[in-house]
Design a protein around this ligand. Structure first.
Ligand code: ACG
Length: 478
């Protein structure tokens, strides 16, 4: 299970209110205790932006997070705890302050060809694939392709020298000690048609690019871990994920949240059946990166309209499925935050270690709007309350930790009885039936033997076993 860590909001090691490597190193035990086996580190390269996805220098860390030595210490300590760490690497674009871009604007070679400058006025009519946004930005009279906006001019991989440059970037970060990469915006390397002057994904060219980049990494460290960020329909996710080995399962994340939020067992069965045929069968060409939320989405409790029972149920369903789970920082506290494409900071708020919002390591780089002090949401407060949301999430994470066989298991059976969804999961070492009750009322479980609660309640009445409302349980049969 990977923990998606936004360093700026996690733990402050030098008292400047901003999370950093030293602070995160101090919290590695906390993560290991949660049952985390890997960390997905959101971008930490030198960048002017709070999110870090617009890089100024691909060979240096953002000084607000500390030094390269601090990072090496963080990685070394993580490895001592057997924690893998993958780096989020935005290779599709840079910051407009990047030296490469400034030289490109001056027409200097090879940098000029490393960005896509307007060659035909007609191209200005092009609009972004998914929301029709403008994609060209005028920088002091020169139009440049910027899919993600003026703060991130796109790199132009038509240039083969740029491929070479990026291989050196990958080599550098592997040499620093990372175990692999989360490759950002993987379907956008070639996403503008020079012939038609429109935004058009060129999946086969992207695949060829990533084949070469991942082969390069594997030539340096054969066990590198790669995760592709391809936010698209299942067929397209498939296309890329085979190259990387792990592909984020965006369709499942959306369907799972919708079916639990609407308490619709039929939708859950339908989406799991789709995934069953795709990801959860024996011969799979890659592993499904299963998750519920990430930094581009509203947090779980917000997606469930504040309903903590439904949030816990959604997490129980997720962590009982085959695949590689990814868990977004702060979800263990039930932090809230609604995603907004133009003001997307709510879901990036500081992790609330202390109830009054202050204390050693507490980050303060931005106000705690949604997750304010004295809201009872802090780790400090929840640790003091039996049955708190944190304690219950920790129990579900513990369940997954003790059932790591699920990662490579297959779903061999899927059925529904009213609000009850029943999965039959078969693994190398174990088989099990897993029960999820999407209804408020308890349901009777027929002919069950040894049952273990995952979340919620189990009861017995007149010799019958009952699974409580919004509860989940497992019956290991082998
Ligand atoms: C990555 C990072 C994100 C980052 C960037 C840029 C890229 O996670 O934090 O932004 O470095 C698109 C891209 C993704 C991108 C997201 C934010 N994420 O493909 O790579 O935007 C549709 C489109 C998707 C699109 C998505 C966005 O198909 O391509 O993602 O909408 O909402 C169903 C459909 C699926 C559809 C969804 C949603 O699932 O199957 O196709 O996806 O519904 O409608 C960072 C910052 C930003 C900043 C930027 C410069 O986070 O704030 O602006 O950098």
């Amino acid at each position: 299970m990977f923990y998606e860590l936004y360093l700026r909001s996690f733990c402050d090691g030098n008292g400047d209110g901003i999370g950093d490597f030293i602070g995160a190193e101090r919290k590695l035990d906390y993560l290991a205790d949660l049952g985390i086996e890997g960390i997905w580190l959101l971008p930490i390269l030198h960048s002017p932006s709070y999110h870090g996805y617009s890089v100024i220098d691909f060979f240096s860390v953002n000084p607000i997070y500390g030094t390269l030595k601090d990072l090496r210490n963080f990685l070394a300590s993580a490895h001592k705890l057997d924690l893998k760490v993958i780096l989020d690497l935005p290779m599709n674009h840079t910051s407009p302050n990047h030296e490469w871009f400034l030289k490109a604007l001056d027409g200097e070679k090879p940098y000029r060809e490393w960005y896509l400058f307007l060659k035909d006025e007609q191209w200005l009519k092009a609009r972004r694939h998914w929301d029709g946004e403008q994609v060209w930005t005028n920088y002091s009279g020169q139009w440049v392709y910027t899919l993600f906006g003026p703060g991130s001019p796109d790199l132009n991989y038509e240039s083969s020298s740029l491929w070479q440059q990026m291989k050196e970037v990958l080599t550098f970060w592997l040499s620093v000690g990372f175990d692999g990469f989360r490759f950002d915006a993987a379907k956008h390397i070639f996403d503008f048609s020079l012939e038609k002057g429109i935004c058009e994904y060129q999946h086969s060219r992207n695949i060829a690019f990533w084949k070469e980049m991942t082969a390069h990494c594997r030539s340096i460290s054969p066990n590198s871990i790669f995760v592709s960020e391809v936010w698209d329909d299942a067929q397209i996710v498939d296309l890329y994920s085979t190259i990387f080995g792990i592909g984020f399962n965006f369709p499942l994340a959306e369907d799972l949240k919708t079916s639990v939020a609407t308490r619709d067992p039929e939708l859950l069965v339908k989406s799991l059946r789709t995934d069953l045929n795709r990801y959860f069968r024996s011969k799979r060409s890659y592993e499904s990166g299963i998750f519920l939320t990430n930094h581009d989405m509203s947090r779980l409790v917000s997606a469930m309209d504040g309903d903590k029972e439904l949030s816990l149920l959604a997490m129980s369903v997720l962590l009982s499925l085959p695949g590689v789970p990814f868990f977004y920082y702060g979800e263990e506290l039930g932090m809230e935050g609604v995603y907004n494409a133009y003001f997307n900071e709510e879901q990036l708020e500081p992790f609330l270690w202390f109830e009054n919002g202050y204390g050693p390591g507490q980050t303060e780089w931005k106000a705690l709007g949604k997750n304010h002090p004295h809201s009872g949401r802090s780790l400090e407060a929840q640790k003091a309350v039996d049955g708190s949301y944190f304690e219950r999430i920790r129990a579900i994470l513990e369940f997954r930790k003790n059932n790591s066989w699920l990662r490579l298991a297959t779903i061999r059976g899927l059925r529904r009885r009213e609000n009850l969804v029943i999965l039959r999961v078969v693994g190398e070492s174990r088989n099990a039936f897993i029960y999820h009750n999407l209804g408020k009322k308890r349901v009777a479980l027929e002919d069950v033997s040894s049952l273990q609660i995952i979340n919620g309640s189990l009861s017995r009445y007149r010799g019958k076993r009952y699974l409580g409302g919004f509860s989940s349980a497992i019956e290991v049969t082998k």
